[in-house]
Design a protein around this ligand. Structure first.
Ligand code: AMP
Length: 539
């Protein structure tokens, strides 16, 4: 009979991360760009001090373990304090995506049963529109001081600084069960209502610890990390927790995520690691190229959320010496589930081969297992070419959605809705979303591969591909192109270019040139919007 290990059984808790950061890296810096005013600077010890004050303030207002606190906010220092105060107290930190349609925002706030909602001053008009429809919310708290807190007609608004001002900086964090719900995030929900994922303390601590590993984000106290990925999107990939665990300097970019502002922050704060979706890096690289700039400190950029185009990987790595790491995850996976990074042997390979490795979504990090299955649920071979639905299981993967009666799992695995291949070395490549893949004449075309190929054309800034109904072939690809500023290209020239890159039957039937692509709150191209406007029928 197995013996029980004779070790302490201390729970994995978010309050433990905060107190570790304050005690061991107390003088490490947090720099935050705010909605108003200059950059805000303080330390981990200061943040912990104020998080404990917020915990006292919430308790005084009658919130209890299990209560939900919503946030509609960018990455800034008060939002960070809330991350720790709310979860640390045993409450649920519900981060809302401010770009949700107001009706969906109302839905998620009511579904989560938020009792307090914290919001950035710039979202006051949004709050004005939704407050009357959120009956459970007892307090709307602006993440600002009194001077920068707007009045909102018909809504009683508190300001964060007054809320915490008189509170004690001492707070005894409850000794929670590590399975307690800590944070809640809803899926982007392109169809139907968004679904909530309630992360446990255990899931977050384990994922954040893994994120620090050298071949994942590689955090340490020598690094400065700038999470561009918003704190309302998949826990900002757990970076706010991981930075405190590792003692890395943390730079929070606030609302300004355009190329010039990000570059300035990276430069002045000597950022060494950054993380965000590909659309962010497209804006950044354009600014850098147009102004002949160099990254003086950046060692690597970690990308995920959608596929990182190969042409962009090549630019970062070859032109600017910035290593690209490409990860995959989803709201249902707490943060990172797979990551591609170069091994020592990979680094000896020609540049093009290195780019191709990084363009894949990589290997499951420890704690996570992946497989691909066919439509009957049978596991497909790891041969790099058999493609099927990606299934995932592990220590920080959802089991069921918030308030759902039934499990989300199939035989113990979570079906991701992504189509992928896995090779003999365990390297996974996302080929498409099941709903985005283009089914033509009984074969599949990967919209990601086509977009990747189009992005390789020198005049193309962004590309998206959707399947459009076709009377003969079922579906055919339609390509959308946004040209780089000052550049243009003829339709036929793009099609001719693609014909050199992909199989002939993959070449899109038409090209639409747009000034911009519809991009959602998490920085992903909204293909549903494109389908709505252009998804008619090819003749
Ligand atoms: P979300 O829950 O909004 O973060 O969306 C998760 C989905 O984003 C995944 O199921 C994938 O379809 C997509 N995704 C995430 N990371 C990548 C990546 N590196 N490459 C391609 N698609 C990705």
């Amino acid at each position: 009979m197995p013996q029980t290990g004779l070790m302490m059984n201390r729970p994995l808790l978010i309050s433990g991360i905060l107190e570790h950061g304050a005690a061991q890296h107390g003088d490490q810096e947090i720099v935050s760009r705010e909605t108003h005013g200059p950059l805000h600077r303080y330390t981990y010890a200061d943040a912990a001090h104020r998080a404990r004050q917020l915990a006292n303030a919430l308790a005084q207002r009658g919130l209890q373990a299990g209560s939900a606190v919503g946030s509609i906010a960018w990455n800034n220092h008060r939002h960070l304090e809330a991350y720790f105060a709310v979860s640390g107290s045993g409450m649920v930190m519900h981060t809302c995506n401010p770009r949700l349609h107001p009706q969906q925002l109302i839905y998620v706030i009511n579904h989560a049963e938020d009792e307090v909602v914290l919001f950035d001053a710039s979202f006051a008009p949004l709050v004005k529109g939704i407050a009357a429809h959120c009956p459970k919310v007892r307090a709307w708290v602006c993440l600002a001081d009194a001077t920068n807190t707007p009045t909102i007609d018909g809504v009683s608004v508190l300001n964060y600084e007054d809320l915490i001002a008189q509170q004690s900086p001492a707070f005894v964090w409850p000794d929670l069960d590590e399975a307690t719900g800590a944070a809640l995030c809803y899926t982007s929900g392109t169809t139907g209502n968004p679904k909530g994922v309630l992360y446990s303390h255990r899931a977050i601590v384990l994922d954040a610890t893994t994120a620090c590993m050298p071949d994942v984000l590689g955090l340490s106290k020598q690094e400065t990390i700038l999470p561009v990925v918003p704190m309302f999107h998949v826990n900002a990939w757990c970076i706010p927790y991981a930075a405190l665990l590792a003692g890395a300097k943390l730079v929070l970019p606030g609302p300004k995520l355009d190329g010039p502002n990000l570059f300035e922050l990276m430069d002045t704060e000597q950022v060494t690691i950054s993380a965000g979706v590909p659309t962010i890096w497209i804006g950044l690289i354009q600014h850098v190229e147009q102004n002949n700039l160099r990254f003086a400190h950046m060692k690597r950029t970690c990308v995920g959320g959608s596929a990182m185009p190969m042409a962009l990987i090549a630019k970062f790595m070859d032109n600017y010496g910035v290593e690209v790491r490409h990860g995959w995850g989803m709201t249902e996976t707490t943060a990172v589930a797979t990551m591609s990074s170069l091994s020592r042997a990979d680094r000896q390979k020609p540049a093009a081969e290195q780019h191709a490795i990084v363009a894949k979504q990589g290997k499951a990090v420890s704690g996570i297992e992946i497989k691909v299955v066919d439509e009957n649920g049978l596991t497909l071979p790891r041969d790099g070419s058999s493609q099927g639905e990606l299934m995932v299981r592990g220590q920080w993967i959802v089991e069921r959605y918030f308030k759902a009666e039934e499990t989300a799992l199939v035989n113990g695995w979570f079906p991701t809705g992504d189509i992928a291949t896995i090779d003999a070395h365990g390297t996974m490549q996302i080929r498409d979303r099941t709903k985005d893949v283009i089914k033509t004449g009984g074969e599949w075309i990967s919209s990601i591969d086509l977009e990747n190929a189009a992005m390789g054309h020198p005049a193309v800034a962004m590309a998206a591909v959707i399947g459009v109904k076709h009377p003969k072939w079922d579906e055919r690809p339609l390509l959308f192109i946004v040209c780089k500023p000052g550049e243009s290209v003829e339709k036929q020239a793009i099609l001719d270019f693609l014909a050199t890159q992909v199989a002939k039957w993959w070449v899109p039937d038409d090209v639409v040139f747009l000034a911009s692509l519809p991009v959602g709150g998490t920085g992903k191209v909204q293909k549903n919007d494109l389908r709505k406007d252009y998804g008619g029928v090819f003749s």
